[in-house]
Design a protein around this ligand. Sequence first.
Ligand code: SAM
Length: 291
Amino acid sequence: MKEQNTEYNPQTFTAVMSNRDFSRLSEVIYHECGIKMSDAKKVMLEARLRKRLRELCMKSFAEYCDYLLSPKGIENELFQMINEVTTNKTDFFREPRHFEYLVNTVLPELLRMTDLRTRRSLNIWSAGCSTGEEPYTLAMVMSEAVLQYPGLSFMILATDISTKVLEKAVRAVYEMERVETVPLEMKKKYLLRSRNKSSDLVRMSPKLRSLVRFRRLNFMEGDFGMREPMDVIFCRNVIIYFDRQTQEKLINRFCEHLAPGGYLFMGHSETLNGLNVPLVSVGSTVYRKPL
Ligand SMILES: C[S@@+](CC[C@H](N)C(=O)[O-])C[C@H]1O[C@@H](n2cnc3c(N)ncnc32)[C@H](O)[C@@H]1O
């Protein structure tokens, strides 16, 4: 009989995740980033982390868990694991009604509250910004709004837990098909084509890039490191991955950072119904902190 070649090859080897390893990993993920891994997510987690096993030339998830939980793993692997397990789906002008609401309702209301001549810069936070499409959309929309309100200044803070998405966000280079939802006039104004005519890449203009400040921030951390209150927070399509208890805690922390009269935008499938939070619903998944 021909002997089988059983030599370990990281490229072809397929490790299987035991229930025990799944529960060890789920615990770390919940503890570190608040993301709840239901049993239905096991197959997805296994597939996403196999890539890390391959890169680390590891033969089993047990070996991976032991490494992840060691002091060296906590220092070097934890952020890599988080990069793999977070879901980063996003788009330019995602849920476009929110941007209309921002310009047509929120801005006039915030400006009514204070005099533009004495008003500090408007602070907007894209919390869970993924690869940058949301904060750059905000930057485009706000740059247009400023033309209506001369003297209005703003700053956009964009944060995410994943270093991988933040790197892409800072680079600000996207495939043409990703920017299809950007209105033509804004494309002409704020996007740059590559000098290489055959390339299908575009980059956000330097002016637009300068309007957004990116920073890594994990919502599970004790201190968000914010020095100024926020007037508007976009935290869309993030809390769906958290359980009710974590959602309530996080929204209350956002409220601490919201200025009185400030607004919180959530994703269209996310409701704050039943959560004990000091916010008033003012529109479809838009909430406001009372004055
Ligand atoms: C689905 S994306 C949403 C992107 C954008 N807000 C949108 O609606 O298009 C969710 C983002 O939340 C981030 N995230 C998940 N858990 C987080 C945590 N504990 N702290 C900070 N960001 C987190 C993920 O890395 C991911 O990029």
